[in-house]
Design a protein around this ligand. Structure first.
Ligand SMILES: Cc1cc2nc3c(=O)[nH]c(=O)nc-3n(C[C@H](O)[C@H](O)[C@H](O)COP(=O)(O)OP(=O)(O)OC[C@H]3O[C@@H](n4cnc5c(N)ncnc54)[C@H](O)[C@@H]3O)c2cc1C
Length: 244
């Protein structure tokens, strides 16, 4: 079955902006912790977080974590997202879970080629499913021992699900790389979904997050997509109505 990628924010540090502000204020204040917590109270910390950002004082941002559930994403995406080493991952196993009915992702560019191309792709997926089941059977039927080797004939298109946790600093770095038009379409789409989710709960932290061209010159040089305005418009649509 064809599926499409979804990113859902499922948990995050309570009061992420206050947590970051508290960690940063502690660096500069002589108060005891209880005094500091009391001083911070329910204060709006947006201005202070903006100052920290301008100063490049990013270590306090590591105290706020965000956990996402990703599904309908490919193993190709898995290979890319797990390159981000400051993140934590739990991924559905292809040993413990049979892929005897695997879902797959259809790249939009193949879909755009038309019905015949899509049918060819679906038939190729079905062929791989047949090969997988044949090897499962030959290796003793559905089970950990057979699944672990039968999976070698599965495609990168095969769907996976995962839980991903990143702190705010790592997320900002992730968005800079993966919301960029130079990033591959699937991880880019997921990154924008993740950005949209965290902006709602920590607008002062993530309100200006995104690819480098949002806040200055494109860092990609000659490889730049040359479409910063498109990025700015997409970003503005996400931040509409938010108080940063
Ligand atoms: C458009 C694009 C194309 C890509 N193409 C390729 C490719 O062709 N081949 C390929 O292999 N990869 C490719 N990548 C992946 C890329 O090289 C990185 O592995 C990936 O983006 C993770 O980035 P990172 O290492 O900065 O981030 P993270 O692992 O999330 O780390 C965050 C930051 O922490 C610091 N850090 C983390 N670990 C260390 C460490 N061990 N030592 C010192 N500092 C550390 C660094 O400052 C790093 O930027 C591509 C990425 C993008 C966005």
């Amino acid at each position: 079955m064809q599926v499409t990628g979804k990113a859902k924010l499922i948990r995050y540090t309570a009061d992420p902006e206050q947590t970051i502000a508290l960690a940063a204020k502690l660096c500069y204040a002589s108060d005891d912790i209880d005094e500091l917590i009391e001083k911070i109270g329910d204060k709006d910390n947006a201005k202070f977080i903006n100052i920290l950002t301008k100063m490049n004082h990013f270590s306090p941002f590591e105290h706020a974590s965000f956990t996402f559930a990703l599904e309908g994403v490919s193993r190709a995406l898995l290979a890319q997202i797990t390159r981000h080493r400051i993140a934590s991952f739990s991924v559905r196993s292809q040993r413990y879970v049979s892929e005897g009915e695997f879902n797959y992702i259809l790249p939009p560019a193949i879909k755009e080629l038309g019905k015949a191309a899509e049918e060819k792709y679906v038939s190729q997926m079905n062929q791989m499913l047949t090969w997988y089941r044949e090897w499962q059977e030959a290796l003793g039927g559905d089970g950990e021992k057979s699944n672990e080797d039968a999976r070698f004939v599965l495609p990168n298109a095969c769907e996976t699900k995962m839980i991903v946790t990143m702190n705010a600093r790592e997320l900002m770095h992730f968005f800079a790389l993966r919301c960029c038009n130079r990033a591959q379409w699937e991880i880019r789409d997921i990154a924008w979904q993740m950005l949209s989710e965290v902006m709602k709960v920590a607008p002062a932290v993530f309100g200006n997050s995104g690819p480098g061209c949002l806040n200055g010159a494109c860092p990609e040089g000659k490889k730049s997509c040359g479409r910063p305005n498109e990025i700015k418009e997409k970003h503005a649509a996400l931040t509409k109505g938010l108080t940063k």
